[in-house]
Design a protein around this ligand. Structure first.
Ligand SMILES: [Zn+2]
Length: 167
């Protein structure tokens, strides 16, 4: 009998993917919750404080708290003290290792859902745009997380621009 790919037997997914023998399902347990990838995106792009992430996303505070706690528990994000009992949220290595899928998703969204990208990713110091294999279009170097810079693109709205000026 032919085995279904990744153990998926065609049954409807339950509320969690616990019984899925698949690394995609395991990864989705972490990043598949509503808002989580957008929270990670904001942290990638330099927004680190709770209130700023909350303002950027317009997300309810209790949901943001729950999502951040989950990311901290999973070792994707770390909480760093900042001014008294306030905190900043930074990516761990495990979190930074999510940048290729995140950027690839962003490029996919740019390709199919917008003619004006809100953000443009560039090779730091070189200025080349990033290609779909995550290398620099200008110099051809493969790009790592720390090689990246970004700027607002033609699709960014004023609120988005203002959110980073405040950060
Ligand atoms: Zn380059």
């Amino acid at each position: 009998m032919k085995q279904p790919i990744s153990g998926y037997d065609g049954a409807m997914l339950g509320r969690t993917y616990d019984n899925q023998l698949c690394s995609v399902a395991r990864a989705l347990e972490i990043v598949g919750e509503r808002w989580t990838l957008l929270i990670l995106r904001d942290i990638f792009f330099g927004i680190h404080r709770f209130d700023e992430i909350q303002a950027s996303l317009g997300i309810a505070r209790n949901i943001l708290t729950t999502r951040l706690e989950h990311l901290v528990d999973e070792g994707v994000v770390e909480r760093r003290p900042y001014k008294g009992n306030r905190a900043e949220y930074h990516l761990t290595k495990k979190g930074r290792d999510l940048w290729p899928p995140l950027l690839t998703l962003m490029q996919w969204g740019d390709e199919y859902y917008t003619e004006k990208p809100p953000r443009i990713i560039k090779h730091r110091g070189c200025g080349g745009r990033i290609n779909n294999t995550l290398a620099c279009r200008k110099c051809g170097k493969p790009l790592r997380y720390r090689d990246l810079d970004w700027e607002w693109g033609p699709g960014a709205d004023e609120a988005a621009r203002a959110s980073t000026e405040a950060a």
